[in-house]
Design a protein around this ligand. Structure first.
Ligand code: NAI
Length: 784
């Protein structure tokens, strides 16, 4: 039996476009501007025909939008949680009431099938507003220690225009921020319709501003000094540009970038179900999905059988008018994507790969690309490494679970992964080993407002959805209480001064601490550390690039620390505290001699206390089990970030060091620490404490020397996952942020401010653990 045509009517969508005379201005301060001097067309990808003219917003337009948002922000906060909740709830209701209009408009503008816009984009967008109406309602209790960030700039791509809008706008509004939002230039229409919904829902003037345009408008938002936070979804390339542009500005940043996600099929998987999962994973939205399962990794023993089933399924996929309710595959967003995909597939053919495409007829007009399977690609081939962002699957095989994990992680990205196996113990063993923010077990492309979504590695940082997503739009209140950076002279004498007054009998030269051993600095230079009175105290090694490389290598090898049980990590931290306490007098004398502090015992006692705090947290920073609307659970795991480079503060040289290094270790990170440049001896004196406290070699490495130079090396190092810089040097912190853009590592910096290390609010608690961890959501559906 053949399918008959089942076209969706475009009558209402066209009427809406006509009502606007198919020319749109901007939505600023609750009013429409007329169409701007420069406009561009937005087209229907399925036939190439123009739908409307859209305004290219200028820098002046963006300035006006930011001003409106700034004016509106105090009033939006003053409305209170319940006031905001009612408006978010109204937005959810209105999205539902007009869902078909939104769905048709989205399909017209984007080219994705009506089946998807109607059944996925719209319900998920509405759910996001419902869920965040709830967070607005609960904010004052659940986030009592936080405030809204302020004015946020949000820039989204074209692949899920309305859904990405919902993911961005709902949490930002719930938390009390006001917004300047830019949709992608290919797909601005549903955002403009949403502006009308905002008017109907009673969103106060200036709270949501929608500016359209291309990357130039995006740049104007990114560079506007009145923007307090930027949330971006799009290509890794633009993500890097934004990271560099915002370095040193203090703007909060979340980036949701590209992916090359593995789809792993073990031999014991339900192969038919896995084929269906794969269809959802790579042919959903024509593969124009950041978390698309674009790399099939199938166990060798079932490879042939699986590929045969897959090809048969591909033969049955229906490609054609996206408005036809029975179509599986729609049009690509724009001819430019077609060119890009064609080029990548041709490069695979040139490299000797085999390409399978079903014999489907492509419509004459518009941009279309058939479902495609590439076989025989090497792991380093362009198609195996580059985000294709199209309906193209690259298949490879593996023999063992270990090899599957290696292949899965063989990518610069880390957004998502699918694991298919009927063995729950195998699947749950593999999931934590995959470096990705989302792992779907025996399912694919599931999303829910209660479950965070976001990447590891070059897929970006920050999460959307869930509690962790709300945190991206809030600032911890203690940030407002931070003191100015203390003025402490660093880069003291390199040459030994007088020995007179040195309270330490024997001249000790502190080496570096790498891989659990003391190591001479590679450059064979030392710097003398003189005391507060100018007296010589000791020499410390002058670490260089090579030392940092050795330390990072040692940290990478120390995988045992990340795998150790939380109980075990807590024990080690308690043990360090115990051994430090045994030598408290010695440490106090050293701090006194270095800094001239009147009551150095206080710092040692506070350090012991802080070690207890982090030991206590080690086995208590548990994740969550979400119950999204599916038959199953989603487990949100707090995972360590990986290898963290930490530039420690100069004030409170022991307490500052402990306050940063201990939380990183508590949750399983491995650390390369650069102690206070001015007063490093409190850290070098710790070597013996560490040696007697069962800390495995490589879990903590310590390199003394120039903070600027060592921070630069850490921030540029591709195998370092995060860099924290807390020495109050504004320019140095900006440089760390700039350099971090290359490998998109996470940063946490003090900027030009200090921190009261004695204050638990400023230097301990969940706000610190947020930086030390990343959330992985593992989706586990069940049922027979
Ligand atoms: P893009 O990253 O250039 O565009 C995304 C958004 O950023 C758009 O709204 C765009 O106007 C804006 N933008 C562009 N340049 C900007 C700048 N300098 N400053 C601020 N905003 C800027 O992505 P594009 O060109 O649409 O797609 C290119 C490739 O990027 C795709 O083929 C795909 O590989 C990848 N991509 C990944 C997405 C994801 O969700 N991970 C989404 C879209 C694209």
């Amino acid at each position: 039996m053949d399918y008959g045509p089942a076209p969706e009517s475009t009558k209402e969508a066209n009427a809406w476009l006509d009502q606007h005379e198919r020319r749109f201005g901007l939505f600023i301060d609750n009013a429409w501007t007329g169409a701007g001097a420069e406009t561009f067309a937005t087209n229907n990808p399925a036939n190439g025909k123009e739908l409307a003219q859209i305004t290219q917003a200028t820098t002046d337009d963006v300035n006006r939008a930011v001003d409106a948002a700034r004016r509106a922000q105090p009033g939006w906060v003053a409305l209170g949680g319940h006031g905001r909740a009612k408006i978010l709830y109204a937005l959810a209701r209105l999205l539902q009431k007009h869902s078909r209009l939104f769905a048709v408009l989205e399909t017209l503008d984007n080219g994705k099938t009506i089946r998807e816009t109607r059944d996925a984009d719209l319900p998920l967008a509405a759910r996001h507003f419902y869920h965040h109406a709830g967070w607005a309602q609960l904010q004052s209790e659940e986030f009592a220690d936080y405030r809204a960030v302020g004015v946020v700039g949000q820039i989204v791509p074209w692949n899920f225009p309305l859904l990405m809008l919902a993911w961005k706008i709902a949490p930002a509004l719930a938390a009390g921020n006001t917004i300047v939002f830019k949709p992608a230039e290919f797909t601005p229409l549903t955002a403009l319709l949403f502006a009308e919904i905002c008017q109907q829902a009673g969103v106060p003037a200036g709270v949501v501003n929608i500016v359209t345009g291309d990357g130039r408008t995006g740049e104007a938002i990114v560079n506007h000094p009145g923007i307090d936070k930027l949330a971006f979804t799009g290509s890794t390339e633009v993500g890097r540009i934004i990271r560099k542009a915002t370095a040193g500005t203090g703007k909060k940043l979340s980036l949701e970038l590209g992916g090359k996600s593995p789809f792993i099929v073990f031999e014991d998987a339900d192969l038919d179900a896995a084929v269906e999962g794969l269809v959802d994973s790579i042919w959903f939205n024509q593969g124009q999905v950041c978390c698309a399962g674009s790399r099939l990794l199938v166990q060798e023993s079932v490879e042939e059988r699986f590929l045969a089933k897959l090809k048969a399924r591909m033969d049955n996929l229906r490609l054609g008018s996206p408005l036809d309710k029975s179509m599986d595959v729609g049009a690509l967003v724009d001819p430019v994507q077609h060119q890009r995909i064609t080029g990548l597939v041709q490069s695979a053919l040139a490299e000797g790969c085999t390409v399978y495409q079903p014999a489907c007829e492509l419509p004459a007009d518009g941009s279309w690309y058939p479902p495609t399977l590439i076989m025989g690609a090497s792991t380093s081939a362009g198609v195996a490494q580059t985000e294709i962002f199209g309906p193209v699957l690259v298949a490879m095989s593996f023999r063992t679970p270990v090899e599957a994990v290696q292949l899965a992680n063989n990518t610069v990205y880390g957004l998502a992964a699918c694991v298919w196996s009927e063995s729950i113990s195998l699947a749950l063993d593999v999931a934590p080993q995959i470096k990705a923010g989302v792992v779907w077990i025996n399912t694919a492309n599931q999303f829910d407002a209660a479950c965070g979504f976001g990447g590891y590695k070059e897929s970006g940082y920050g999460r959307e959805g869930g509690r962790e997503g709300m945190l991206e739009y809030m600032t911890h209140l203690s940030e407002d209480a931070r003191p100015a950076a203390p003025v402490i002279e660093t880069g003291k004498a390199r040459i030994k001064a007088s020995d007179e007054g040195n309270p330490f009998a024997i001249d000790r030269t502190a080496k570096l601490y790498i891989g659990g051993k003391q190591a001479r600095p590679d450059g064979a230079y030392s710097r003398a550390i003189n005391g507060a009175g100018g007296q010589f105290l000791a020499d410390v090694g002058e670490g260089n690039r090579k030392d940092i490389r050795n330390a990072v290598e040692a940290a990478h090898k120390a995988t045992g620390w990340s795998k150790a049980s939380a109980h075990n990590r807590a024990q080690v931290l308690y043990y360090i505290a115990e051994n430090l306490a045994a030598r408290a007098d010695e440490f106090a004398a050293r701090i006194g001699a270095m800094t001239g502090a009147k009551n150095p015992e206080r710092e040692v006692q506070a350090s012991i206390d802080r070690l207890f705090t982090w030991a206590a947290w080690a086995d208590k920073y548990d994740g969550l089990a979400h119950q999204p609307p599916m038959h199953g659970i989603t487990v949100a795991l707090n995972e360590p970030v990986g290898v963290v480079g930490i530039i420690c503060p100069n004030e409170a040289p022991l307490l500052g060091f402990i306050s940063l290094v201990a939380p990183a270790l508590a949750v399983g990170n491995r650390v390369v620490a650069v102690p206070s440049e001015a007063y490093p001896l409190s850290a070098t004196d710790l070597y013996q404490v560490l040696d007697t406290s069962d800390l495995p070699g490589g879990a903590l490495n310590i390199v003394t020397g120039s903070a600027d130079e060592l921070a630069r090396t850490l921030a540029s190092h591709y195998d370092v996952d995060a860099v924290w810089r807390h020495d109050g040097k504004a320019e140095g912190c900006a440089e760390v942020e700039r350099l971090s853009a290359e490998s998109l590592k996470r940063t946490w910096t003090s900027g030009g401010k200090g921190r009261d290390w004695y204050d638990n609010k400023q230097a301990a608690g969940r706000a610190v653990l947020y930086h030390a961890t990343q959330v992985k959501n593992v989706w586990i559906p069940y049922g027979v």
